[in-house]
Design a protein around this ligand. Sequence first.
Ligand SMILES: [Zn+2]
Length: 230
Amino acid sequence: MSERTRTAGDGRELPDNVRAIVDEIETEIGDLGLVGTTSSGTNGRIEAAVRDILVEIGEDPEREGLRRTPERMHRMYAELTAGYHVDPQRLINEAVFEVEYSEMVVVKDIPFYSLCEHHLLPFFGSAHVAYVPKGRVLGLSKIPRIVEMYARRLQVQERMTQQIAEFLMDRLEPSGVGVVVEATHLCAAMRGVRKPGTVMTTAHVLGLFRRSDKTRAEFFAHLGRSAPGA
Ligand SMILES: [Zn+2]
């Protein structure tokens, strides 16, 4: 199968476990399965770097519990950043439909897990995505995949929120887009900067959602809250 040989941006072949996640985001298949895949294309640099970190924090990388940690971390980081390799065109392929419908489409409570780029610790929560179509709609199952494509990268929540909104604006050319993301950041919770469990909310609105108080209010009403500044 030709897709199997597609490579990462730098020309390296993607390991099977990462390829499987990329395929899953791009296509409708939900059960490709990650068990038993191998990490090909390894040059050992991540493993060596993780071993250095273990030594620097005073651990013994050779002790039983840690011996395979560098390898596991390599595999894990490749999977958690698989979003870099998703082809957006394949993702929305054949899922854009011409319709007359011009009422707001809202997809709420899309769960996601991402990594903050400042600490490489998880931040996770829900994304809520809405748009007002102008002749074209996107298959509903694609919206969580767009979130996934941007979540599986090193991120800051504000940028992720903006990227999701701009992607829909570019690809669908709707009247407007609204995205709200609510997330808990482990770098804040674990390090005691904020109270544990504090949820950060970000919003990005474009087009009609930016211009019209009424549209924005309708969106926030769908989410069960009042619009900021309304
Ligand atoms: Zn952080």
